[in-house]
Design a protein around this ligand. Sequence first.
Ligand code: ZN
Length: 297
Amino acid sequence: MAAKKINTFEVIGSRFPGLMDEIRKTIQDSEKAYDRVGSRSDSFLWEHTMHVASIADRLAQSERVDPVLSVAAALFHDAGKFVGGQYHEEGTIEEEESARIAERLLRQHGMKEADIRKVLSGLRALYNENIRKNRIAAILHDADFLSKFGAMGVASFFAKSTLRGRTLRSTVLGHLSKELTYAACLPLSMHTATGKKMAGQKAKDTLRFFHSLLSELREAQVADLEIRRLRISNPASGHRLLAIHLVVSPACPECGKGWSMKWATEKGIKCNKLNVDWNCSHCGEQIETSFCLPEIA
Ligand SMILES: [Zn+2]
C-alpha cells in the first residue's frame, strides 16, 4: 500500500527555518555572478533546482528513502555549478563545491551531523561509481535526468537554445537527435524502479511532442526532417541495445537526391560517442553529426 504522502518542503521549512530562502539566494547570486544578463529575481538554475527537488521528493517517498535528506541533497545538487563566477561541468569540481556549500548551510541551520554526512555522500556519489550503492545519489541522478524530459524538460531545452540564439530549425537540426535518443533510452538509464516507471511515461510524452513538432515544421516549410531509427549495441556493455533516433533530411539538402549514412562508435574520455556521416554520391555533400551516447544504469 502507498505510504501517506508528506509535504517534504513544508517539513524542511519548519525543521530548518530560512534554509530554503538561503539556498535560493546562494543559487541566484552564483548564477548572476556568472551571467550578468537578466533580471535579479529570475533564475534558471533555481527553477531547475526546484524541479529536480520535487521529482526527488516523489522518488524518495515511493522508494522509501528519507525524503527530507533526498530533497535537501537535490536542493544543493547544482549549487556549485557557477562557483567563482565560472561554469563547472558535471563530474569536475561541481559536486565538491555543491557538497561544501551544503555542509555550510545545513550545519548553520542545525541539521544533525549524521544526516549532513548522508546528504554530502549522496552529492559526492552522484558522479562516481558509488552511485550504485548510494540511494540518495540514485534518486538525485534519476530526478536530474527525468527533469530534462516531459513538458518542462522540453520547454527548458528550447529556452536554452533561445539563449544561445538558435532558431527552431537549427535547434532540431543540430540537437534533436541526441535529445530523442536520450528520451528513448531514458528508462534504461534509471537507477531506481520508480524512476524507470516515470521515465517510460516521460519518454513517450517527449517523443510524441517532437514527432508533432517535426510534422508542423515540415508543413510550415521551415524544415523537412524525418526520424531514422537504428538499434546499436551499447559500446559500454555490449549486449544491451540502444535505440538511436536520428533527425535527418530525407534527401540530400543540396541536390535533393538520395544520400547514404554511415555510423560508428568511438570511445571518448568522458563518454562513448556516436559519429554519423551522411554522404551524397551525386553532389558530394557531407554532413557529420556526433554525440555522447546515453549511459545505461
Ligand atoms: Zn547531393
